[in-house]
Design a protein around this ligand. Structure first.
Ligand code: SF4
Length: 464
């Protein structure tokens, strides 16, 4: 950290992290940043490699207490002539920044100006960001909470996966029955607590893993237990992730429907079957189509997840998947950029990723979603996806997922049950900063089984 010299107080760790991600060539270089003016304008002089610039911008310190830090980051981008679509924004939740500005009484026009001039975000990304925030604002509801139930089992482990999930056929699979029994105990105990300590549950999301891996009998047991023990008076949305069609049956879809689930996610990720085979995520297209048609017939809202840029895929492959997508009358679509995490098996394998024509892909994606009358309604980013850079949720108006919005915005508290579930308590601190308390349940089924009764009271304490 000694290589960064500043004449004012600053979170150097934060700046260092920014440099590591966006300007790695400066990690060990001598950087000098000097505040040379702080009146109508805030003025910083930045120097590295003997090159100097002065970055001057209107003084917003009365509202933006981190303006100096932002200007250090963006000033270094300017100095090094680095241009990124998201400019100096590396956070996972850029929409939260816009909401923070709104809370600070900036107008949308002023926010656009700040993003353009202070953060160097491109006009295209600014428009996307503002459009998404305007949509989200219709749904945010701090007075209610949501519930997440985690089932950390999958039929096979996808090679790019970094989530809490275990193969059913692997050694952890033998704890499946104990896991389901414990989950039902946790739902019953939570229901008892909520009778004494009412919380308004607005949405429930059963995720994982792949929760549709539950046997028909267990799916009915789990859903019945939710229906019988949890007060659903305020429930607006009930989703069960059915990402892998190899786990689905017609009967499971009927069970979901009969217990109030009204949304599922069917996730092809790509329609290039050879790629899926290589990624240990085989897809039977005929079965996919049958399950899709049946889910549609019984009136479930369907989301599809796609990953744009799976290892081995070319631009043409991705365009093919987007074309295939046209065949499915899905209400929601979520597109992900693959950012391999260290926990995935593939992380070490990828040496030479295939360069992709992101502009072409993006153009097609927006054309198709427009044809389907879908609009982007939530988004988040991954730190190491610089060029393309965002995961986007699209929805036909009126089918937006409240749960997804609340999760990404970290606006609503989440009561997390099951394996790997994250419980979050969100407390308003002041106008623009929330205090977030997190409790993570063990993702390993056996640890979850052993520790559930000891851990649950600590989670529930947050909802008194
Ligand atoms: S289906 Fe999802 S959670 Fe399961 S292994 Fe694949 S990526 Fe991981």
């Amino acid at each position: 950290m000694e290589n960064i010299k500043v004449n004012f107080e600053i979170k150097k760790n934060n700046l260092k992290e920014f440099i590591r991600i966006l300007i790695p060539e400066l990690v060990d270089e001598e950087i000098t940043i000097t505040e040379i003016g702080c009146d109508k304008n805030l003025e910083l002089e930045l120097e590295v490699f003997g090159k100097k610039i002065i970055f001057s911008y209107e003084n917003h310190l009365d509202k933006l207490e981190d303006q100096r830090l932002v200007m250090c980051k963006v000033g270094l981008l300017k100095l090094m002539d680095k241009k990124y679509p998201w400019g100096g924004l590396i956070g996972v939740r850029p929409t939260k920044l816009v909401r923070r500005f709104l809370n600070l009484s900036y107008t949308y026009e002023e926010i656009e100006k700040l993003l353009r001039e202070l953060y160097l975000v491109t006009p295209k990304k600014i428009k996307l960001l503002i459009d998404v925030v305007k949509k989200e604002m219709n749904f945010l509801n701090r007075d209610h909470i949501n519930m997440y139930i985690g089932i950390p089992y999958c039929p096979t482990k996808c090679r790019y996966c970094s989530f809490a999930s275990y193969e059913m056929k692997g050694t952890i699979g033998k704890y499946y029955n104990e896991f389901v029994d414990t989950l039902i105990d946790e739902i019953v105990l939570t229901g008892e607590f909520l009778k004494e300590n009412p919380n308004k549950i607005e949405s429930i999301y059963i995720g994982g893993g792949t929760p549709s891996i539950l046997t028909e009998v267990d799916m009915e047991r789990v859903l019945r237990s939710v229906n019988e023990n949890i007060d659903l008076t305020y429930l607006k949305e009930f989703t069960l992730e059915a990402g892998r069609v190899d786990t689905l049956t017609f009967k499971k879809l009927d069970i979901m429907k009969s217990f109030g689930v009204e949304r599922i996610s069917l996730n092809p990720q790509t329609f290039n079957l050879k790629i899926l085979e290589k990624l240990n995520r085989p897809l039977d297209r005929k079965r996919f189509d049958e399950m899709f048609d049946y889910a549609k017939k019984i009136g479930l809202i369907i989301n599809m997840d796609l990953i744009l840029g799976l290892p081995g895929e070319t631009t043409e492959d991705i365009l093919y998947t987007l074309d295939e997508l046209k065949k499915y009358p899905t209400e929601n679509l979520t597109t992900h950029v693959l950012a391999l995490k260290k926990a995935s098996i593939l992380f070490k394998d990828i040496q030479n990723p295939i360069p992709l024509d992101y502009e072409k892909i993006e153009k097609k994606l927006f054309e198709i979603t427009e044809e389907k009358k879908m609009k982007p309604y939530y988004m988040y980013r991954q730190k190491n996806s610089l060029e393309w850079g965002e995961n986007l949720g699209f929805a036909i108006e009126g089918t937006e997922s409240i749960f997804n919005i609340e999760m990404i915005e970290e606006n609503q508290s989440t009561l997390g049950l099951g394996g790997g579930a994250i419980t979050k308590s969100i407390i308003t601190q002041d106008l623009n900063i929330d205090k977030i308390k997190r409790i993570v349940s063990p993702k390993e089924p056996i640890a979850y089984v052993r520790e559930m009764r000891e851990r649950l009271p600590k989670k529930l304490e947050l909802f008194k």
